[in-house]
Design a protein around this ligand. Structure first.
Ligand code: SAM
Length: 274
């Protein structure tokens, strides 16, 4: 990309790749007052880590070491929305993005909670507690938040004393209890192998009571690996896993699709006697 000084000690092709990836606009927006190009080194470092060094640092047989990755991320950002949200965006931009998501989510979850009596809610990947807080505001009594890292659990327990928080990897551990509603928002794309995805779905299926609901997303048109810790799964991948369940709703959510399923009320019908 023309105009970038090579004093940063990188070849022009690497600079081209990352400035393009960071979507630094050509001819504006990144020029300093002295008309010399500004480079956001924080952004550049994050881009290099996501594209190159992260895949080496967090490499594991399951695709990446999710517990280490998310623990380090929450240790770095604390309860800032950037920890679970978009690291490359400001806190304000993350707040805006989360508020839009919350609007869609509330439209989906409201009617479900409305016709359940004393609902028991399970959240997989509760992160910074954004959806925990929504449930708290809605007056929900029975909530269990699960996450692969417990870094933020002390804060959550102080903030939401009536709620339960459990550390578990949904791709490895069955979840204790039985629930009327399970949500897994912005977690599925961080399960990066098909085996792990199937294991997570089996654990979710087992955690839901007959007639219980699952809200999961976002899903996309096509399944594809994106970064070492991101795999976009397709609507079809998820539909196939829940073929026996009713799809009760699908909604545009963030940049993909949110799916809502209901587990059959009669899971194992008794054999028919002729
Ligand atoms: C992108 S954040 C989303 C957090 C929250 N759901 C939200 O939307 O703000 C992904 C969350 O999933 C958790 N996570 C990732 N893989 C997990 C796994 N295998 N089992 C349980 N939690 C997981 C991470 O620790 C993190 O809190």
């Amino acid at each position: 990309m023309a105009g970038i000084r090579m004093t940063v000690g990188m070849s022009s092709s690497i600079v081209d790749r990352y400035t393009a990836m960071l979507m630094i606009p050509k001819g504006g927006g990144w020029m300093g007052a002295d008309r010399r190009p500004k480079i956001d080194f924080g952004l550049l470092k994050r881009a290099i880590s996501k594209k190159l060094t992260g895949s080496i640092k967090y490499r594991s047989r399951a695709g990446y070491d999710a517990q280490r990755y998310w623990s380090e991320r929450f240790n770095k950002y604390g309860s800032s929305l950037r920890g679970a949200g978009h690291e490359g965006l400001s806190e304000e931009a993350n707040e805006k993005m989360y508020l839009e998501a919350a609007g869609v989510f509330q439209g989906v979850v409201g009617p479900i909670l409305g016709h359940l009596t004393e609902p028991r809610v399970l959240e997989i990947g509760c992160g910074t507690g954004f959806y925990t807080s929504l449930f708290n505001q809605l007056g929900l009594d029975n909530y269990t938040g699960v996450d692969i890292t417990n870094v933020l659990f002390d804060r959550h327990r102080r903030r939401f004393p009536r709620y339960r928080f459990l550390q578990a990897d949904i791709t490895k551990h069955p979840i204790d209890g039985s629930y009327d509603l399970a949500i897994m928002i912005d977690v599925i794309e961080h399960i990066v192998t098909r085996d792990a995805l199937e294991a997570a779905f089996a654990n979710l299926r087992a955690a839901l009571a007959p007639g219980g609901y699952l809200i999961v997303g976002p899903q996309f048109d096509q399944s594809r690996r994106h970064l070492f810790y991101v795999h976009f799964w397709s609507v079809e991948d998820v539909k196939t896993a829940y073929a026996e369940w009713d799809e009760v709703e699908r909604k545009a959510f963030r940049n993909g699709i949110l799916l809502v399923f209901q587990k059959p009320k009669d899971v194992d019908p008794p054999p028919r006697i002729a």
